[in-house]
Design a protein around this ligand. Sequence first.
Ligand SMILES: Nc1ncnc2c1ncn2[C@@H]1O[C@H](COP(=O)(O)OP(=O)(O)OP(=O)(O)O)[C@@H](O)[C@H]1O
Length: 254
Amino acid sequence: MSANGHKSAAVQLDDVAFSYGEATFRFDAAFPAGAITAVMGPSGSGKSTLLNLVAGFEAPQSGRVLIDGVDVSKAPPAARPVSMVFQENNLFSHLSVERNVGLGRSPSLKLTADDRAAISAALERTGLAGKQKRLPRELSGGERQRVALARVLVRDRPVLLLDEPFASLGPALRADMLDLVADLHGEKGMTVLFVTHQPQDAERIADHVVFLEDGAIAATGPARDFFAGTGPEAFQRYIGTQDGRSRDVARKPT
Ligand SMILES: Nc1ncnc2c1ncn2[C@@H]1O[C@H](COP(=O)(O)OP(=O)(O)OP(=O)(O)O)[C@@H](O)[C@H]1O
């Protein structure tokens, strides 16, 4: 718990080693409590693997995962103080919006009056009021991700893991969703690890950047350094390959 009463917890990977066959990973990193950290890097560099180690979907072969100073390396995902939102498939297709959100409160959907009030407030907060009886297939992609965020709100865990949650949405909608995440973060103050390939998305909401290459952390630092063009050379090279096309267009003489 931070000084302002918000729930947050530092996340630490203490010399964590892991492998998927030939693909090996070694992560030694600290994610500050209450901050939004963008996790960036080329495809296959290990961004989702890092999040899965924090969430408990994978276990380190050596080293420790600490959340709020507590070693959770052997704890199952449900026992960790973490919520996670993926690019898709966050919702159960046969359950209504309100029941999908309710799962964040009670896995058996035995909901108290307090739970129902929290669900209703979260739906209101995420712009879903009036859509509570719909099934996921009756929603747009952006609305489905709002339902996932409403569930994050009612779960009220101190760590939020976002694995490219808005990658399939258009730029304007992505900006709206990022602003919603920033607002929720402002209210709850959770520690956020946000995987994205989009520099402008990271720049919009992140305080820090962790940059991965080949299964390890190649650079970390304040977002303002990374995006002011003064960040590590490997990151600048990565960004150059990401938005090189638009820079070429901008450079053309008029
Ligand atoms: N379940 C798995 N079994 C075997 N190999 C895996 C598994 N998941 C990931 N890998 C491999 O581990 C490496 C890192 O994958 P990971 O998904 O963490 O990368 P990423 O940085 O998130 O990539 P992307 O940006 O493409 O999502 C890749 O080489 C991938 O093929």
